[in-house]
Design a protein around this ligand. Structure first.
Ligand SMILES: Cc1cc2nc3c(=O)[nH]c(=O)nc-3n(C[C@H](O)[C@H](O)[C@H](O)COP(=O)(O)OP(=O)(O)OC[C@H]3O[C@@H](n4cnc5c(N)ncnc54)[C@H](O)[C@@H]3O)c2cc1C
Length: 475
């Protein structure tokens, strides 16, 4: 069951034909895919958004290729959808107007690690996990760690302002991007930002571009901040009778002044999914926290967390990882969650709403109530330290989709009622565009549309994303 694409202007056949001829002339045929099957593989991402297969895919291998593609797109009036790893959850890389997909996965060098200045210079197609491994071999650390890190790419992370379990202590991608090289529609290349931690010259255009979901420009290089690799890491699992008890313990841990680098929460239905995938978990547990601390005093900080968790109402057990292998096993359960829960039904939609941490228990209760009221199976897990919860809706039959849409709408409203925000890391894309006005005023949305027009007056770059379109009745 797919989410219908928004209504957007489509390029004319004559414009597409002209663009293909021009791209082949300027880039050479080996970088342009036009076959139906080849193009179809670039028509979707990890969301249920239905795209329109692109008319051509440019597999760029350099910043110059990106500039040529964006110049041809403007000259021929053909839309362009940038793409990195294709793991996005809201349809950001899905070409809803056909046209050109600009694939950046082959611009993938790690250009530099500067130890003295604690900086890495990367290209957008570099896989996030490969950057982690490379800098850690040098005793350095790049914190943003989306759970898709083995297949997502830095260009996509920057465009979505990706977060991950470590965001609680270390922040999200925006906190790690110092500067960007970006190509605008028409082919103009700009460098934004700086190579230093401090620097306040002019507007913070880098911060604007991070999280712009491929709608303002295409990144061809990023300068990233690094820090020394934390000397030690300690991890524990705290099991609780139910998820409300687990959520209650989150406040107690943070209230005690401990700043874990990760504070992940799983509810009862999620634990059942993990059990069905072969992981043994105490049958008394109906809620779980995975807590990780790092730094010099990690052992004592973890002991403190263990004491707080054991004393919290509803505590069932606390398990401390004794070595790296045990740590990896605890994390394996967390990292396989998405796949394990996907097996529970034919369709799964994962929302990523955020509420102030103190409202976490209320959000979880509201999500359960929404599942019960709509008859849609629901489970929740997520980054509890940030109040960022993945509420997942599961269903088998296409006829259930209207109830799912109702459940999503109720969840979005509940999130806003609780003082939260619609998306903590997946972005608005296509899926959440119909709800933007729940959170933002008409004036703020209009201001953002104006900004979009400054970067892309013809609206050719990633059309149909972020802003609600009249024809989109998706959710
Ligand atoms: C199993 C799983 C777990 C996940 N866990 C997390 C998580 O913990 N945290 C999290 O934040 N997300 C998570 N995600 C979502 C997804 O991985 C992130 O949004 C990720 O940042 C997308 O990166 P990508 O390379 O796949 O980008 P894509 O899906 O290819 O693109 C994402 C967006 O970036 C734009 N884009 C791509 N390249 C460029 C470029 N060079 N210049 C400008 N714009 C560009 C695209 O147009 C699109 O709008 C998860 C997804 C999956 C499938």
């Amino acid at each position: 069951m797919v989410l219908r694409a928004p209504e957007v202007d489509l390029p004319t056949q004559a414009a597409i034909d002209r663009a293909k001829i021009e791209l082949e002339r300027r880039l050479g045929p080996s970088k342009i895919l036009t076959g139906v099957d080849a193009c179809a593989t670039y028509a979707s991402d990890d969301s249920d958004v239905e795209g329109r297969p692109p008319d051509a895919v440019v597999v760029a291998t350099s910043a110059a290729d990106v500039a040529v593609t964006l110049a041809v797109a403007e000259a021929c009036d053909v839309p362009v959808t940038p793409r990195a790893g294709g793991t996005g959850r809201t349809g950001g890389a899905v070409p809803v107007a056909g046209g050109i997909v600009l694939a950046t996965h082959a611009i993938a060098r790690l250009k530099e690690i500067d130890r003295a200045n604690l900086v890495a210079v990367v290209e957008p197609g570099l896989i996030t996990g490969e950057l982690h491994a490379a800098v850690e071999r040098e005793g350095l650390f790049y914190a943003p760690d989306p759970n898709s890190l083995e297949s997502c790419m830095l260009g996509g992370n920057i465009a979505e302002n990706a977060g991950g379990p470590r965001a609680f202590k270390y922040g999200v991608t925006r906190d790690w991007v110092l500067g960007l090289e970006v190509v605008l529609v028409g082919g103009r290349t700009l460098r934004t930002g700086k190579r230093t931690v401090k620097g306040v010259t002019g507007y913070d255009v880098t911060a604007l571009l991070v999280g712009s979901e491929g709608t303002l420009g295409v990144f061809t290089e990023a300068t990233l901040r690094l820090v020394p690799k934390p000397p030690a890491i300690a991890t524990l699992l705290a099991l609780f009778s139910d998820v409300q008890a687990a959520a209650g313990a989150v406040g107690a841990i943070i209230g005690a002044g401990v700043v874990p680098r990760c504070l992940e929460l799983l509810d009862a239905a999620t634990l059942d999914a993990v059990r069905s995938a072969g992981v043994s978990i105490d049958p008394r547990a109906g809620g779980m926290l995975l807590v990780e601390v790092d730094g010099e005093a990690s052992e004592s900080a973890l002991m403190r967390v263990g004491e707080i968790a054991s004393a919290a109402p509803g505590s069932v057990d606390v398990l401390v990882a004794q070595d790296a292998a045990q740590r990896d096993r605890l994390w394996a359960a967390r990292r396989m969650l998405s796949k394990a829960t996907r097996k529970l039904a034919r369709h799964k939609l994962s929302e990523d709403v955020v509420v102030p941490r103190t409202r976490l228990a209320e959000l979880l209760a509201r999500a359960d109530a929404i599942g019960a009221a709509t008859g849609v199976r629901e489970l929740a897990y997520g980054h509890a330290g940030d109040g960022n919860v993945h509420v997942n809706f599961l269903w088998n039959e296409d006829a259930e989709r209207p109830s799912v849409d109702r459940a999503i709408g109720l969840l979005m409203r509940a999130t806003i009622d609780l003082g939260g925000t619609l998306t903590g890391e997946h972005g608005i894309g296509v899926s959440k565009a119909p709800y933007l006005a729940l959170e933002q005023s008409d004036d703020l949305i209009a201001l953002q549309r104006d900004i979009k027009r400054v970067f892309d007056p013809k609206g050719l770059l990633n059309p149909g994303k972020i802003f609600p379109s009249g024809g989109h009745k998706a959710c």
